[in-house]
Design a protein around this ligand. Structure first.
Ligand code: NAD
Length: 255
Protein backbone atom coordinates (compact mmCIF):
# COMPACT_ATOMS: atom_id res chain seq x y z
CA UNK A 1 0.00 0.00 0.00
CA UNK A 2 1.33 3.40 -0.97
CA UNK A 3 0.25 5.38 2.13
CA UNK A 4 0.79 2.81 4.86
CA UNK A 5 1.39 4.26 8.36
CA UNK A 6 0.50 7.76 7.18
CA UNK A 7 -2.00 10.09 8.84
CA UNK A 8 -3.81 12.42 6.46
CA UNK A 9 -6.20 15.32 6.95
CA UNK A 10 -8.50 15.88 3.98
CA UNK A 11 -10.68 19.00 3.97
CA UNK A 12 -13.95 18.90 2.08
CA UNK A 13 -13.92 15.12 2.55
CA UNK A 14 -17.70 14.95 2.65
CA UNK A 15 -18.25 15.21 -1.09
CA UNK A 16 -16.86 15.46 -4.60
CA UNK A 17 -13.14 14.85 -4.99
CA UNK A 18 -12.61 15.04 -1.23
CA UNK A 19 -14.72 11.97 -0.54
CA UNK A 20 -13.08 10.05 -3.38
CA UNK A 21 -9.70 11.07 -1.97
CA UNK A 22 -10.61 9.98 1.55
CA UNK A 23 -11.68 6.55 0.29
CA UNK A 24 -8.56 6.13 -1.88
CA UNK A 25 -6.18 7.33 0.84
CA UNK A 26 -7.72 4.90 3.33
CA UNK A 27 -7.55 2.06 0.80
CA UNK A 28 -3.84 2.86 0.39
CA UNK A 29 -3.35 2.44 4.16
CA UNK A 30 -3.60 6.01 5.44
CA UNK A 31 -5.54 6.90 8.54
CA UNK A 32 -7.82 9.73 7.48
CA UNK A 33 -9.26 12.73 9.31
CA UNK A 34 -12.26 13.56 7.14
CA UNK A 35 -13.10 17.25 7.63
CA UNK A 36 -16.18 18.91 6.18
CA UNK A 37 -18.62 21.62 7.15
CA UNK A 38 -21.50 19.21 6.48
CA UNK A 39 -21.45 16.82 9.48
CA UNK A 40 -23.59 14.13 7.83
CA UNK A 41 -21.40 14.16 4.74
CA UNK A 42 -18.16 13.69 6.68
CA UNK A 43 -19.76 10.91 8.71
CA UNK A 44 -20.96 9.14 5.58
CA UNK A 45 -17.44 9.25 4.13
CA UNK A 46 -16.08 7.70 7.31
CA UNK A 47 -18.85 5.10 7.33
CA UNK A 48 -17.82 4.03 3.82
CA UNK A 49 -14.14 3.88 4.79
CA UNK A 50 -14.86 1.75 7.85
CA UNK A 51 -17.13 -0.55 5.84
CA UNK A 52 -14.13 -1.20 3.59
CA UNK A 53 -11.95 -1.96 6.64
CA UNK A 54 -10.17 1.39 6.73
CA UNK A 55 -9.48 3.80 9.60
CA UNK A 56 -10.97 7.30 9.63
CA UNK A 57 -12.39 9.97 11.93
CA UNK A 58 -14.98 12.57 10.91
CA UNK A 59 -14.81 16.18 12.08
CA UNK A 60 -17.16 19.07 11.40
CA UNK A 61 -15.06 22.03 10.32
CA UNK A 62 -15.70 25.35 8.68
CA UNK A 63 -12.19 25.71 7.40
CA UNK A 64 -12.47 29.50 7.21
CA UNK A 65 -12.65 29.60 11.04
CA UNK A 66 -9.41 29.56 12.99
CA UNK A 67 -10.78 27.58 15.96
CA UNK A 68 -12.05 24.87 13.59
CA UNK A 69 -8.72 24.58 11.78
CA UNK A 70 -6.90 24.22 15.10
CA UNK A 71 -9.39 21.59 16.31
CA UNK A 72 -8.98 19.63 13.06
CA UNK A 73 -5.22 19.31 13.53
CA UNK A 74 -5.67 18.51 17.24
CA UNK A 75 -7.97 15.61 16.33
CA UNK A 76 -5.31 14.11 14.06
CA UNK A 77 -2.69 14.36 16.78
CA UNK A 78 -4.85 13.13 19.65
CA UNK A 79 -6.35 10.27 17.67
CA UNK A 80 -3.38 9.11 15.62
CA UNK A 81 -0.33 10.73 17.24
CA UNK A 82 1.12 12.41 14.15
CA UNK A 83 0.32 14.22 10.93
CA UNK A 84 1.92 13.35 7.59
CA UNK A 85 -0.39 14.79 4.93
CA UNK A 86 -2.56 17.90 4.75
CA UNK A 87 -4.79 17.82 1.68
CA UNK A 88 -6.34 21.27 1.36
CA UNK A 89 -9.20 20.28 -0.91
CA UNK A 90 -12.23 22.22 0.40
CA UNK A 91 -13.29 25.02 -1.89
CA UNK A 92 -16.41 26.88 -2.93
CA UNK A 93 -17.61 28.43 -6.19
CA UNK A 94 -20.86 30.35 -5.52
CA UNK A 95 -23.17 31.08 -8.41
CA UNK A 96 -23.12 34.83 -7.62
CA UNK A 97 -19.35 34.91 -8.27
CA UNK A 98 -19.17 36.35 -11.77
CA UNK A 99 -17.30 39.38 -13.15
CA UNK A 100 -15.70 41.98 -10.86
CA UNK A 101 -18.39 44.28 -12.26
CA UNK A 102 -21.27 42.43 -10.64
CA UNK A 103 -19.88 40.18 -7.91
CA UNK A 104 -21.12 41.38 -4.50
CA UNK A 105 -18.43 42.18 -1.94
CA UNK A 106 -19.90 39.58 0.45
CA UNK A 107 -19.48 36.85 -2.17
CA UNK A 108 -15.89 37.94 -2.89
CA UNK A 109 -15.09 37.80 0.83
CA UNK A 110 -16.80 34.45 1.29
CA UNK A 111 -14.81 32.86 -1.54
CA UNK A 112 -11.54 34.26 -0.22
CA UNK A 113 -12.39 33.16 3.33
CA UNK A 114 -12.95 29.52 2.42
CA UNK A 115 -10.57 29.07 -0.52
CA UNK A 116 -7.59 31.12 0.68
CA UNK A 117 -7.92 31.81 4.41
CA UNK A 118 -8.91 28.15 4.86
CA UNK A 119 -5.65 26.95 3.32
CA UNK A 120 -3.67 29.46 5.39
CA UNK A 121 -5.36 28.37 8.65
CA UNK A 122 -4.96 24.64 8.01
CA UNK A 123 -1.27 25.18 7.21
CA UNK A 124 -0.82 27.42 10.25
CA UNK A 125 -1.76 24.58 12.60
CA UNK A 126 -0.54 21.59 10.57
CA UNK A 127 2.98 22.73 9.72
CA UNK A 128 4.29 22.92 13.31
CA UNK A 129 3.18 19.30 13.84
CA UNK A 130 4.92 18.24 10.62
CA UNK A 131 8.08 20.05 11.67
CA UNK A 132 8.14 17.86 14.81
CA UNK A 133 8.58 14.82 12.51
CA UNK A 134 10.77 16.68 9.99
CA UNK A 135 8.42 15.32 7.31
CA UNK A 136 5.14 16.16 5.67
CA UNK A 137 3.28 16.65 2.43
CA UNK A 138 0.90 19.56 1.86
CA UNK A 139 -1.35 19.27 -1.17
CA UNK A 140 -3.20 22.44 -2.16
CA UNK A 141 -6.04 22.25 -4.65
CA UNK A 142 -5.93 25.17 -7.08
CA UNK A 143 -7.56 25.09 -10.53
CA UNK A 144 -6.73 25.49 -14.21
CA UNK A 145 -8.57 28.83 -14.01
CA UNK A 146 -5.53 30.19 -12.16
CA UNK A 147 -3.65 29.95 -15.49
CA UNK A 148 -6.09 31.11 -18.15
CA UNK A 149 -8.80 33.72 -18.53
CA UNK A 150 -12.38 32.74 -19.25
CA UNK A 151 -15.17 34.53 -21.07
CA UNK A 152 -17.60 33.11 -18.51
CA UNK A 153 -15.87 34.70 -15.53
CA UNK A 154 -15.76 33.66 -11.89
CA UNK A 155 -13.38 36.36 -10.77
CA UNK A 156 -13.32 35.73 -7.03
CA UNK A 157 -12.81 31.99 -7.54
CA UNK A 158 -10.10 32.60 -10.15
CA UNK A 159 -8.25 35.05 -7.90
CA UNK A 160 -8.51 32.65 -4.95
CA UNK A 161 -6.98 29.82 -6.95
CA UNK A 162 -4.13 32.07 -8.11
CA UNK A 163 -3.44 32.99 -4.49
CA UNK A 164 -3.16 29.29 -3.64
CA UNK A 165 -0.42 28.86 -6.26
CA UNK A 166 1.61 31.77 -4.86
CA UNK A 167 1.20 30.50 -1.30
CA UNK A 168 2.20 26.99 -2.37
CA UNK A 169 5.50 28.26 -3.76
CA UNK A 170 6.23 30.30 -0.64
CA UNK A 171 5.56 27.35 1.69
CA UNK A 172 7.58 25.01 -0.54
CA UNK A 173 10.63 27.23 -0.17
CA UNK A 174 10.17 28.02 3.53
CA UNK A 175 9.62 24.51 4.83
CA UNK A 176 11.57 22.17 2.52
CA UNK A 177 14.59 22.43 4.86
CA UNK A 178 12.37 20.87 7.59
CA UNK A 179 11.33 18.02 5.29
CA UNK A 180 7.93 19.40 4.30
CA UNK A 181 6.91 19.40 0.66
CA UNK A 182 4.14 21.66 -0.64
CA UNK A 183 2.59 21.20 -4.06
CA UNK A 184 -0.49 22.35 -5.92
CA UNK A 185 -2.87 20.39 -8.10
CA UNK A 186 -4.66 22.33 -10.85
CA UNK A 187 -7.62 20.26 -12.02
CA UNK A 188 -9.55 21.09 -15.15
CA UNK A 189 -13.35 20.74 -15.11
CA UNK A 190 -14.15 17.57 -13.16
CA UNK A 191 -17.50 15.85 -12.75
CA UNK A 192 -18.35 16.74 -9.14
CA UNK A 193 -21.34 18.49 -7.53
CA UNK A 194 -19.34 21.76 -7.41
CA UNK A 195 -19.14 21.95 -11.20
CA UNK A 196 -22.17 19.98 -12.30
CA UNK A 197 -24.67 21.87 -10.09
CA UNK A 198 -23.57 25.05 -11.86
CA UNK A 199 -23.30 23.73 -15.41
CA UNK A 200 -26.76 22.18 -15.22
CA UNK A 201 -28.06 25.77 -14.99
CA UNK A 202 -25.61 27.40 -17.42
CA UNK A 203 -25.64 25.68 -20.79
CA UNK A 204 -23.23 28.22 -22.33
CA UNK A 205 -20.57 27.68 -19.67
CA UNK A 206 -20.90 23.93 -20.14
CA UNK A 207 -20.58 24.15 -23.94
CA UNK A 208 -17.46 26.34 -23.72
CA UNK A 209 -15.72 24.03 -21.29
CA UNK A 210 -16.45 20.90 -23.31
CA UNK A 211 -15.64 22.46 -26.69
CA UNK A 212 -12.30 23.80 -25.45
CA UNK A 213 -11.10 20.52 -23.97
CA UNK A 214 -9.06 18.44 -26.45
CA UNK A 215 -10.05 15.32 -24.49
CA UNK A 216 -13.69 16.07 -25.30
CA UNK A 217 -14.89 15.31 -21.79
CA UNK A 218 -14.83 16.37 -18.16
CA UNK A 219 -12.39 14.74 -15.76
CA UNK A 220 -13.33 12.11 -13.22
CA UNK A 221 -12.59 12.64 -9.52
CA UNK A 222 -10.46 9.50 -9.38
CA UNK A 223 -8.16 10.84 -12.11
CA UNK A 224 -7.30 13.87 -9.97
CA UNK A 225 -7.05 11.87 -6.77
CA UNK A 226 -4.44 9.59 -8.40
CA UNK A 227 -2.14 12.60 -8.54
CA UNK A 228 -2.88 13.39 -4.90
CA UNK A 229 -1.96 9.83 -3.87
CA UNK A 230 1.39 10.30 -5.59
CA UNK A 231 1.96 13.63 -3.80
CA UNK A 232 0.97 12.16 -0.42
CA UNK A 233 3.27 9.16 -0.84
CA UNK A 234 7.03 8.93 -0.50
CA UNK A 235 7.20 8.39 -4.28
CA UNK A 236 7.10 12.19 -4.59
CA UNK A 237 9.97 12.77 -2.12
CA UNK A 238 11.66 15.28 -4.47
CA UNK A 239 8.50 16.94 -5.82
CA UNK A 240 8.24 20.32 -4.10
CA UNK A 241 6.74 23.66 -5.15
CA UNK A 242 5.17 22.13 -8.25
CA UNK A 243 1.97 23.34 -9.89
CA UNK A 244 0.69 20.13 -11.46
CA UNK A 245 -1.97 20.60 -14.12
CA UNK A 246 -4.38 17.73 -14.74
CA UNK A 247 -7.01 18.96 -17.15
CA UNK A 248 -7.23 16.87 -20.34
CA UNK A 249 -5.33 19.65 -22.13
CA UNK A 250 -7.84 22.51 -21.77
CA UNK A 251 -5.26 25.00 -20.51
CA UNK A 252 -2.87 24.48 -23.45
CA UNK A 253 -5.55 24.76 -26.14
CA UNK A 254 -4.99 27.84 -28.31
CA UNK A 255 -8.08 27.30 -30.50
N1 NAD B 1 -14.92 20.17 -9.84
C1 NAD B 1 -14.12 20.86 -10.62
O1 NAD B 1 -14.33 20.97 -11.83
C2 NAD B 1 -12.91 21.53 -10.03
C3 NAD B 1 -11.94 22.04 -10.91
C4 NAD B 1 -10.82 22.65 -10.40
C5 NAD B 1 -10.64 22.74 -9.03
N2 NAD B 1 -11.59 22.24 -8.20
C6 NAD B 1 -11.35 22.37 -6.76
O2 NAD B 1 -11.31 21.07 -6.20
C7 NAD B 1 -11.72 21.12 -4.82
C8 NAD B 1 -12.82 20.12 -4.60
O3 NAD B 1 -13.88 20.46 -5.46
P1 NAD B 1 -15.16 19.52 -5.71
O4 NAD B 1 -15.52 19.74 -7.13
O5 NAD B 1 -14.91 18.15 -5.21
O6 NAD B 1 -16.20 20.30 -4.76
P2 NAD B 1 -17.56 19.81 -4.09
O7 NAD B 1 -18.40 21.05 -3.93
O8 NAD B 1 -18.14 18.67 -4.83
O9 NAD B 1 -17.08 19.35 -2.66
C9 NAD B 1 -16.50 20.27 -1.77
C10 NAD B 1 -16.63 19.78 -0.34
O10 NAD B 1 -16.10 20.81 0.52
C11 NAD B 1 -16.99 21.04 1.59
N3 NAD B 1 -16.86 22.42 2.05
C12 NAD B 1 -17.35 23.54 1.47
N4 NAD B 1 -17.05 24.62 2.22
C13 NAD B 1 -16.36 24.17 3.30
C14 NAD B 1 -15.81 24.81 4.44
N5 NAD B 1 -15.94 26.13 4.63
N6 NAD B 1 -15.16 24.06 5.35
C15 NAD B 1 -15.06 22.72 5.17
N7 NAD B 1 -15.58 22.06 4.12
C16 NAD B 1 -16.23 22.78 3.19
C17 NAD B 1 -18.38 20.75 1.00
O11 NAD B 1 -19.33 20.46 2.00
C18 NAD B 1 -18.08 19.57 0.09
O12 NAD B 1 -18.21 18.33 0.75
C19 NAD B 1 -12.15 22.58 -4.60
O13 NAD B 1 -11.10 23.31 -4.01
C20 NAD B 1 -12.42 23.09 -5.99
O14 NAD B 1 -12.27 24.49 -6.08
C21 NAD B 1 -12.72 21.64 -8.67
Amino acid sequence: MRLEEKVSIITGAGGGMGRVAALRFAAEGSKVVAADNQPDAAEETVRQIRADGGEATPITVDISREADARAMVDVAIHKYGRLDVLYNNAGIMPEADHSVLDTPVEIWDQVMAVNVRGVYLACKYAIPRMIENRAGSIINVSSFVALVGCSVPQDAYTASKGAILALTRSLAVQFAPQGIRTNAILPGPVETPLLMDWLVRDEQAKKIRLARNPSGRFGKPDEVVSLAVYLASDESAWTNGASLVIDGGISVNYF
